[in-house]
Design a protein around this ligand. Structure first.
Ligand SMILES: NC(=O)c1ccc[n+]([C@@H]2O[C@H](COP(=O)([O-])OP(=O)(O)OC[C@H]3O[C@@H](n4cnc5c(N)ncnc54)[C@H](OP(=O)(O)O)[C@@H]3O)[C@@H](O)[C@H]2O)c1
Length: 251
């Protein structure tokens, strides 16, 4: 991606909240055109009103778990509507702690669908030569420190996030001949509505313990957004297939 201009069109999923919202706001502030996806129309509308350049932020509500097979075609439709894309950031997701005794194939399928299949199908659409700007275009996936954390209940969520890292490595080889890069970020706890739900389930003592495990404190969505814009931009043009762990010294 060349320096951000309105011609730098970036599709951001999960843009209605948390990390995706911070990425959408930062890219918009830097002068890029952002295509912001989420399910909640009202929150996407609020995002458009609150961003620095509303004329450069387009909202595209869609439930990524519905009609998933059409996701590559959806990217083509977005290209026809807005022009070729140079960035894809896949932030849509939800956390799930499922102990083995409660493991259920349907619940696990949703976790893999949103965290693995949706990003891969969007990448398939993005990688179509007609849909991206070629050399310099960049994809960023959201993995998680949960992929490697020795914590109970993460078999499905952590497994999906580990799959994201493995896919990033393999896809970097497939996409490099086109000049496309792909990387992932793997944050530990970031203060977003997702982690607030998790904290709300903990006793005050456990909450304090959880926070104390972070020498640099827990992350903010803006911390992660800064790394993602680095991975989108030319400053990282020799970086592909990598997962950047961001954990405030936790692990
Ligand atoms: N927060 C953390 O501590 C943390 C740590 C490591 C990794 N992550 C990863 O970072 C990503 C973002 O997490 P977050 O903390 O920013 O979560 P969040 O604040 O809860 O936001 C989740 C976003 O995903 C969207 N989304 C969920 N299901 C969707 C679906 N079926 N179709 C379309 N959009 C959907 C939501 O859209 P609507 O609200 O509009 O439905 C929302 O915009 C996730 O992949 C998460 O696993 C988060």
């Amino acid at each position: 991606m060349t320096p951000l201009t309105p011609e730098s069109r970036i599709l951001v999923t999960g843009a209605s909240s948390g990390i995706g919202k911070a990425v959408a706001l930062l890219c918009n502030q830097m002068g890029a055109t952002v295509i912001a996806n989420g399910r909640d129309q009202a929150r996407l509308q609020e995002l458009k009103i609150s961003c620095e350049h509303p004329e450069l932020l387009h909202i595209e509500p869609r439930d990524l778990l519905e009609d998933m097979d059409s996701l590559p075609q959806w990217v083509t439709d977005l290209r026809k509507k807005y022009g070729k894309l140079c960035g894809l950031v896949c932030c849509a997701g939800f956390a799930a702690v499922i102990p083995l005794r409660a493991y259920d194939r349907n619940a696990a399928a949703d976790i893999y669908d949103i965290h693995v299949h949706a990003p891969l199908l969007l990448t398939k659409g993005f990688a179509d030569k007609r849909n991206n700007m070629g050399q310099g275009s960049s994809i960023v996936f959201l993995s998680s420190a949960a992929a490697l954390a020795k914590e109970a209940g993460l078999a499905a969520y952590g497994g999906a996030k580990a799959a994201v890292q493995a896919a990033t490595i393999s896809l970097s080889r497939e996409l490099a001949p086109q000049g496309l890069r792909i990387n992932a970020v793997a944050p530990a706890m970031v203060r977003t509505p997702m982690s607030e739900k998790y904290f709300a389930m903990l006793s005050p003592e456990s909450r304090e313990q959880a926070l104390a495990a972070y020498p640099l404190g827990i992350g903010t969505p803006e911390d992660v957004a800064q790394t993602i814009t680095f991975l989108l931009g030319d400053a990282s043009k020799w970086v592909t297939g990598q997962t950047i762990v961001m954990d405030g010294g936790r692990y």
